[in-house]
Design a protein around this ligand. Structure first.
Ligand code: C2G
Length: 746
């Protein structure tokens, strides 16, 4: 209401003009709330919201129906069958009654003043362009952010967000007149306000025969009929980068061949129709050449794509004005010439050399690129070494986990193999005669290219293609409590392409070790894993059965300089997706009060702190000498399990392994709600199934330790149930079973 009055005062006689916001929907149930809320909460209220369901699945259709009741301005339409985004938008145009039209995709959302700014700035023109900002964040995350702090990340102007801070007198700020084509450089119609009468006058419609690039059929006439197109950078449209291009891709995440083919179809139709208009032909030709350089050349690394697209591309290239080709480099010009004469063999040969040259150019730029070049062009062409096995644990951070125990079994049992271990820091004391190779060194690429076997508990870089004959044993590194990859809804970690990358990397696994039946099921869904599962329990837990005796425990305590007469509390928490310095470098803030623990438990216990291997910051515990020991860098946590009397953890998979020892476990879950509800989500109700109490404060932790005998009694049955479900495959022989299945002894 406030906003209405304000606008009327500002524009005196202006009657508010209605904006029709057209929202085509196809399978975006998880994003629709954000999208629709961002419209309903616009500071400019004179709106109609046309939601056009383009044959979505059940859950999105249900969601569409649900949101109808949210606001009387919503008009819902459902197309009889999936007809494509162009058809859905055309339907919306037909049904619209506003003076202006604005297109918003159903997985995106708007800044709250996005429409108001455009309406105030259009001033009788046919169109005004706002700004599009790509983001990985949800709407609520954007609203919650301290925008001053995150201005760079969002590229957003904080002072213009929210109705209170909108400066309505923005006539000066508006209209950075740009060259017409430049305003449409991204080839997209979204984030622009368009006068309906202009749409009607030229009968503007989206192409319906293609999925990608249907916007061009609107963009071209807009460019043709408008000398200048104003641009208002403070009207922000948030375009969401969807995190799951595998299960539910957005249009721009569809296969590259399809996108290119759609573009070429659209180019041909429009180039024909607007052949006499310089602006239109320049825009189309420049786009074609840009798409050629950026997408087509990449797609043509696969020669099958050349066969598929060659004729279509030839028809387009013939139409490009030759003066526009002249300004390009010699390689592109040679390719264009081969295309024009339709000589596919010649084209393929030029294109092959072109790729070689590109790789070489990249190789000169950095050492890693050079190694990768040698990996692809030389090492991968040498024969595979049938008895070469490469091991890696936790990305080279240590000598540990399932790969360590598999390796030691092979060494002890005289497997006739050549072994290589990958480490960040070499010269480790390890048994056997394995070569130690630095991660990302030239030797690393060499051995990975030549090895018949890869054994790893985490992912290998996605650039390292699997070669014919290679066998990749993936052991993974824990029973999952927190949701993994494709079972995660949002990705809060530092890498927004996490799901896509994971999918590419995990397609190379031939075997996956599973610690229990429950994990087998989770792995199938979370990793979309369909290859062989080795359901034998975890090799890393063998020593919890074979070395769980007093003399080994004393030996380890001595090695670790832990007093023999003190009991050990092991604190091993996991990492938090939202606390990081950068990709793979996470922060941790110690919430356990060591001072208090020392005072109240110091006579009987010492504390061993063990941070997750992602944690990059060092804990300063120097003031707790002789009470707290930081063993975060110690290689194998299983040995720390052996020496400890009590485990404190949180959502880490460590408790599934530790339960093999049947010793007490406390859960220090001070941020349970945040972790469970926002960051990850869990596979089961930890409050009901955890084999120990969930505690929020250091005092509760201390009390539980004082009363540990009573806890053992209280949790006895629950612990047994937990053990039966998660530990029953572990029997001290998992390494043997895995090795016998995967490796041939001779
Ligand atoms: N780990 C460790 N020290 C910690 C935490 C974990 O040495 N403080 C090791 C343990 O072997 C643990 C493994 O790293 O089992 C995996 O750690 P998690 O905390 O479970 O976290 P994450 O690396 O995200 O693994 O499916 C497995 C997990 O759900 C994912």
């Amino acid at each position: 209401m406030k906003c209405y009055i304000r606008l009327i005062i500002e524009h005196e006689v202006n009657i508010l003009k209605k904006v029709s916001i057209i929202v085509p929907v196809y399978n975006t149930s998880e994003f629709l709330d954000d999208c629709i809320s961002s419209i309903i909460n616009q500071t400019y209220q004179e709106l109609e919201i046309l939601v056009v369901n383009d044959g979505s699945d059940e859950s999105s259709s249900e969601k569409c129906k649900e949101i109808q009741d949210k606001d009387s301005r919503i008009k819902y339409f459902s197309l009889a069958q999936k007809s494509g985004v162009g058809a859905a938008r055309n339907y919306g145009i037909k049904k619209s009654t506003g003076e202006y039209i604005y297109f918003l995709d159903s997985d995106d959302y708007l800044a709250e003043d996005g429409i108001e700014i455009l309406v105030n700035s259009i001033k009788g023109r046919d169109i005004i362009s706002g700004k599009m900002k790509k983001t990985n964040l949800s709407r609520s995350e954007v609203l919650e952010k301290d925008l001053n702090e995150d201005e760079n990340e969002l590229g957003y102007i904080p002072s213009l967000q929210g109705s209170e801070s909108v400066n309505l007198d923005i006539s000066d700020a508006y209209v950075y007149q740009k060259k017409r084509g430049e305003v449409f450089r991204n080839g997209s119609i979204i984030h622009r306000l368009i006068a309906k009468k202009f749409v009607e006058k030229y009968d503007l419609k989206f192409s319906e025969e293609i999925t990608n690039y249907s916007d061009f059929s609107l963009i071209i006439p807009i460019l043709v009929h408008n000398e200048e197109i104003p641009y208002q950078s403070s009207s922000v449209y948030f375009k969401r980068r969807r995190n799951d291009p595998i299960s539910n891709p957005s249009i721009s995440q569809l296969p590259i061949e399809q996108r290119i083919s759609d573009f070429l179809t659209s180019y041909l139709i429009l180039r024909e129709k607007y052949q006499s208009d310089d602006v239109a032909t320049a825009y189309l030709d420049n786009h074609l050449l840009e798409i050629y350089r950026k997408q087509i050349v990449t797609a043509f690394k696969n020669p099958e794509n050349i066969d598929y697209l060659f004729d279509q591309l030839k028809k387009c290239i013939i139409k490009v004005d030759s003066k526009r080709i002249k300004s390009n480099g010699i390689i592109l010009r040679r390719e264009v010439n081969a295309l024009k004469i339709g000589d596919i063999d010649k084209y393929k040969s030029i294109s092959k050399n072109h790729h070689r040259l590109r790789y070489l150019k990249q190789a000169i730029r950095s050492r890693q690129k050079l190694y990768l070049y040698l990996y692809r062009t030389i090492f991968m062409r040498q024969p595979i070494k049938e008895n070469l096995v490469v091991f890696e644990s936790f990305l080279g951070k240590n000598y540990s986990d399932n790969p360590k125990h598999i390796y030691e079994y092979m060494v002890k049992n005289n497997y006739n193999c050549e072994y290589v271990w990958i480490f960040n820091e070499t010269d480790k004391e390890i048994p056997g005669n394995a070569k130690q190779v630095k991660r990302s060194s030239l030797k690393y690429y060499y051995y990975l290219a030549r090895a018949k076997y890869w054994v790893s508990n985490s992912r290998m870089p996605k650039q390292l293609n699997k070669r014919e004959g290679n066998i990749y044993l993936q052991t993974w590194h824990g029973t999952p409590l927190k949701k993994l990859v494709f079972d995660m809804k949002d990705v809060h970690s530092a890498n927004p392409n996490y799901k896509r990358d994971f999918y590419i990397q995990s397609r190379r696994w031939d075997y996956l070790v599973s610690p229990n039946k429950y994990s087998s099921e989770v792995f199938k869904s979370a990793f979309k894993y369909e290859e062989k599962l080795l359901e034998f329990g975890y090799p890393r837990n063998d020593i919890l059965y074979t070395q769980n005796n007093a003399s080994r425990i004393q030996e380890l305590k001595k090695k670790l300089k832990i007093p023999a007469n003190k009991k050990v509390i092991l604190y091993a928490p996991t990492w938090r997706d939202n606390e990081y310095f950068g990709a793979g470098k996470y922060k941790f803030t110690l919430k356990l009060d060591l001072e208090k623990m020392n005072q109240q438990l110091g006579d009987e216990y010492v504390v061993v702190l063990r941070m997750h291997y992602f944690i990059a910051n060092q804990l300063d515990i120097s003031e707790f000498e002789n009470f707290a020991y930081d063993l975060s860098k110690y290689d194998d946590i299983a040995e720390l399990y052996l020496i400890s009397d009590i485990l404190i953890t949180d959502y880490s998979s460590v408790f599934f392994d530790y339960a093999n020892l049947k010793r007490p476990i406390l859960f220090f879950t001070y941020d349970l709600e945040l972790y469970q509800d926002t960051l990850r989500g869990f596979y089961f109700d930890i409050e009901k199934e955890a084999p120990g109490p969930l505690l929020k404060t250091t005092n509760q932790v201390i009390d539980s330790i004082h009363n540990v005998d009573e806890l053992n009694v209280d949790y006895k049955e629950r612990y047994q149930r937990f053990y039966d479900k998660f530990c029953s495959w572990d029997d001290g022989h998992a390494s043997e079973k895995v090795v016998k299945k995967v490796f041939n002894k001779n």
